[in-house]
Design a protein around this ligand. Structure first.
Ligand SMILES: [Zn+2]
Length: 313
């Protein structure tokens, strides 16, 4: 069974699944004590986009926003109920960009690896904050300043522990090569099977030789910058190479689409508009097909591969 925000479903019911989307993001992280939005306001804003992508054949959206980045189960549940999409939420922590722990709750920061892991394991076993909702994966974001800080190292090791205990995969945002390599070292030190690990934003730098090296080790490669990409040019050659090397079964697609922005973030992100969830179907697939990528392969990635990546290990 797979956990969605409104309850478990069978793996067979996942259907077409996009692996990395956002409904509500709050970059003020945990510093914002009180909500400055209402659930209705968010749902009213995103619902037309969700219904649009559902009408285009998508059944499931993986919502990659952990606690501290704005995970709001009430919003996600309403969106799932009203759109009919399966929405999958996560446990874990986010320390991307240059926020230096701003999105990580203070009581998590002070805890040991084992204590942090046990909080995330509890969310999986008992549900998040008495809501009964359980996560479908572990989200992690680190290394954007070129090194893995001690807090990030600790969080990753806690994520590994939680993954080993729960069978949830880790979706880890990591961008530059030295940090990617450092992360792999940590996975090895902690004996995490590489199949438990999804490299999020592998398309950001699109270093094809590194991508192939990583996939050959048995890790998942996620191309998930599609909604924000200025052009799709870099995708077909990389996908072709992955097919050629017989590594296509380890590729995942997401878009980093969305999202509703809270008032405090709207000013900072004036130029970043809503990235529609249907971009994948409206423009990405047609572009790839025009460039000679078999549509059947793309659908295999967003159905079979997504399903395997969300199935508990
Ligand atoms: Zn994201």
């Amino acid at each position: 069974m797979i956990n969605t925000v409104i309850g478990p479903i069978s793996e067979e019911d996942l259907g077409v699944t996009l692996m990395h989307e956002h409904i509500l993001v709050d970059l003020n992280g945990i510093n914002l004590v009180e909500k400055t939005y209402t659930t209705d306001e968010v749902v009213d804003f995103v619902l037309p986009y969700l219904i649009d992508v559902k009408n285009k054949g998508c059944s499931t959206i993986v919502e990659a926003t952990p606690f501290g980045l704005g995970r709001d189960l009430d919003v996600l549940k309403q969106c799932a109920k009203k759109s009919g999409l399966n929405i999958i939420t996560c446990t874990g922590a986010w320390d991307g960009f240059n926020v230096r722990g701003k999105g990580v709750p203070k009581d998590i920061k002070e805890k040991t690896i084992d204590e942090i892991a046990s909080i995330w394991i509890k969310e999986f076993k008992e549900g998040i904050d008495n809501t009964g909702t359980k996560p479908g994966f572990i989200k992690m974001a680190l290394g954007d300043e070129g090194e893995i800080f001690p807090l990030q190292d600790k969080l990753l090791r806690a994520a590994i522990k939680a993954s080993l205990e729960t069978g949830l995969r880790i979706q880890c945002h990591v961008l530059n090569e030295p940090c990617v390599k450092r992360v792999f070292k940590i996975l090895e030190e902690e004996n995490l099977p590489f199949d438990n690990f999804i490299w999020v934003h592998a398309d950001a730098k699109m270093d094809v030789s590194l991508i192939l090296e990583v996939a050959k080790k048995g890790m998942w490669i996620e191309f998930d910058g599609i909604a924000g990409a200025e052009s799709f040019e870099k995708y077909p050659p990389a996908i072709r190479k992955i097919i050629e090397e017989r590594l296509i079964s380890q590729l995942l697609f997401g878009q980093d689409s969305g999202s509703f922005k809270i008032k405090e973030n709207r000013e900072e992100n004036k130029n970043q508009n809503m990235r529609p969830y249907a971009t994948f179907f409206d423009t990405f697939i047609p572009y790839c097909v025009k460039e000679g990528i078999d549509q059947e392969i793309i659908y295999k990635v967003i159905t079979e591969n997504s399903r395997r990546a969300l199935t508990l290990i």
